[in-house]
Design a protein around this ligand. Sequence first.
Ligand code: HEC
Ligand code: HEC
Length: 321
Amino acid sequence: MKNFIYLCSCLAMIGFMTGCAQKTGLVTSEKTIKEAPSVTEPARFGFPHDYKNWTHGTSKIILDKESPLYGFQQVFVNNVALDAYKRGSGYPDGSMLVLGFYEAIEEGDEIKQGNILWYAVMKKDSRAGKTSGWIFDGFDGKTYQSTIDDPVNGCYNCHIAKKDREYVFTTFAGDISVPKGTQLPAKPGSFPFTADVRSWRHSNSKVILDKKSPLYGFQQIYVNDTGFKANKSGETYPDGSHITVGFYEPVLDGKTISQGDVIWYASMKKDSKAAPGTGGWIMDGFDGKKLNSVVDEPVSGCFNCHLTQKSHDYVFSTYIP
Ligand code: HEC
Ligand code: HEC
């Protein structure tokens, strides 16, 4: 273990300590634990299994399998942390940030979110003095067991680069600021844009890079609380279920794709009485900036394509746990 730590710090110095994030995880034999007790405070935490009920922060894809940050990344933010995450400072104790690394499946011009590989988690706990008030840990995607023996070298020493942002790299993507009391317009027979969509549950993401595709963009699928259970289980959606896709600009940088500004939103709301001709769903699309409807023909423009999913209540995508 001593050699391993030495290797880590050495690599850190030449800027490659990144690899240690996962590699330290492999050193879990009883011997190493006895020889080198956890470098950080004893205050560890169990994996937060309810993280999919938290607010989705942002996504990023790193296609380079050599990178320790490889994967289709999803960041989730708990309620305690949310205001600070949006501001970039002031995290109270109990703040938690989960970064899920999922497989990134490349199919031509598309990149899909695959199965979970592992999770990196930060929890704010002012007792964690050696790591500036954050407990860092990594968890196996199947067993949810901790995989990190040395959070200082394996995590903290890299996050130190973001000291001015309280050790947090990412920022809240696609925030929607609509002054309180604003009445957004609705087309007859449809619904106004729902400005609280970023606090809905996150189902999954996908990227379509073909600019000629009507589905071009970095897609984020959000589901309201009424529809979330059906989205998870594949059951028929109850009335009041609402699903919205945000299409964001994919920002390419070598083998990395980040989520850029919003382009537009596609939205479907279950109302079986109001929309019997379109499978019980009212379908509409909204401009990303003006938030007004941009769809004249929801039957030919939306429903006829979703008709192929009739057996899945007209919904294409499936929840990724
Ligand atoms: C090579 C540097 C590096 C190492 C090592 C590293 N991280 Fe990160 N971490 C990042 C970067 C960069 C991001 C932002 C996402 C991205 O750009 O891939 C990030 C994002 C995160 C996030 C989401 C919140 C945020 O800061 O944006 C969490 C949680 C996190 N890391 C935890 C960990 C844990 C736990 C470990 C140790 C197991 C770890 N990280 C190791 C660089 C690192
Ligand atoms: C070319 C076929 C096509 C058209 C046209 C289309 N969609 Fe979709 N839609 C999809 C596919 C496929 C997905 C799944 C995400 C993906 O694979 O890109 C999807 C996803 C969605 C979702 C998320 C729930 C789900 O089904 O996965 C909503 C909401 C949605 N579309 C609404 C609309 C609205 C509103 C319109 C009209 C403005 C529209 N769609 C037009 C094919 C289409």
